[in-house]
Design a protein around this ligand. Structure first.
Ligand code: OFO
Length: 174
């Protein structure tokens, strides 16, 4: 059975994951209307993943005798100065999510809720990976700069990326 403190903290994270899904959906839409098809597909996939992160938490809360809260969401940012700014925001957002997961882990230890602590380890590992991917992509974006040909190739190649393969694929391209 979840304590009220843990239940509230997990519900807060449910909202953050749902908002993350919206943040990346807005990025996908922006990239799509700009004709950046590959980047757009990558963001649609990211958005789907965040929804899965949310659902995993929803199920966990309900299975442990809590009540998952489906709340209203803050509207995401829908315009960007360019694709570089968009990827900077993606990294910023993932760092924010990592901090929130860290806080949750801390609360689970304070509450001596080892089942929740164990459950959260999946999120801890996931955040390490997602931050690494975001940083690798940003390095690549900075390397491209204003080179249109570079952007064309990047937009084409990002479609091949998955969260788990991104770091290796981008790292070994040169
Ligand atoms: Fe990428 O944030 Fe979910 O966990």
């Amino acid at each position: 059975m979840l304590s009220k403190t843990i239940e509230a903290a997990l519900n807060k994270q449910i909202r953050i994951e749902a908002e993350s899904s919206q943040v990346y959906l807005a990025m996908a839409v922006w990239a799509e209307v700009k004709g950046l098809e590959g980047i757009s597909n990558f963001m649609y996939d990211q958005s789907d993943e965040e929804r899965e992160h949310m659902l995993k938490l929803v199920k966990f809360v309900n299975e442990r005798g809590g009540h998952a809260h489906v709340s209203e969401l803050n509207a995401p940012n829908v315009t960007f100065k360019g694709y570089k700014e968009m990827f900077e925001k993606l990294l910023e957002h993932e760092i924010f999510v990592s901090n929130s997961i860290n806080d949750l882990v801390h609360i689970s230890l304070q509450e001596k809720d080892y089942a929740t602590h164990n459950f959260l380890q999946w999120y801890v590992a996931e955040q390490i990976e997602e931050e690494a991917v975001a940083r690798t992509i940003l390095d690549k974006v900075n390397m491209i700069g204003d080179d249109k040909g570079g952007l064309y190739l990047f937009d084409r190649d990002i479609q091949q990326l998955t969260v788990s393969s991104a770091a290796q694929d981008l790292g070994s391209e040169e």
